[in-house]
Write a new protein. Structure first.
Length: 118
């Protein structure tokens, strides 16, 4: 029983740290683009992107809130882009925005899971 529990904790810890590192990379990438190109104009898409970035900052404090903000912000960004242009955003960066959010939610779920004692 303790082997399963300690293994699960280790997987949850690795998942959490992977998500945090990816969230920091997303923040760094945004800062690099903002410095090089300037901030995008204020719009609903930018608000959705800011939601993702707030989630990336919260990744260091709360798995559930951060994961939810990242996933919902990214989904909103996709929905708004599709409503405006009729297509989803292209490139390799936008699909990767989901990854830290999903990993944070997975980490939260693994931390909450308690195996039943039979």
């Amino acid at each position: 029983m303790t082997t399963f529990s300690s293994g699960r904790r280790m997987v949850a810890r690795v998942t959490r740290w992977t998500a945090r590192i990816l969230a920091a990379a997303v923040l760094a990438l945004f800062v690099m683009f903002a410095v090089g190109e300037g901030l995008p104009p204020l719009s609903w898409q930018f608000a959705a992107l800011l939601t993702v970035l707030v989630g990336c900052v919260l990744a260091w404090f709360c798995d559930l809130s951060a994961g939810a903000l990242i996933v919902l912000g990214t989904a909103a960004f996709y929905a708004i882009n599709f409503a405006n242009s009729g297509k989803f955003p292209g490139g390799w960066v936008f699909p990767l925005l989901f990854v830290p959010g999903v990993l944070l939610l997975l980490s939260f779920a693994m931390g909450r899971f308690r195996p039943s004692r039979a």
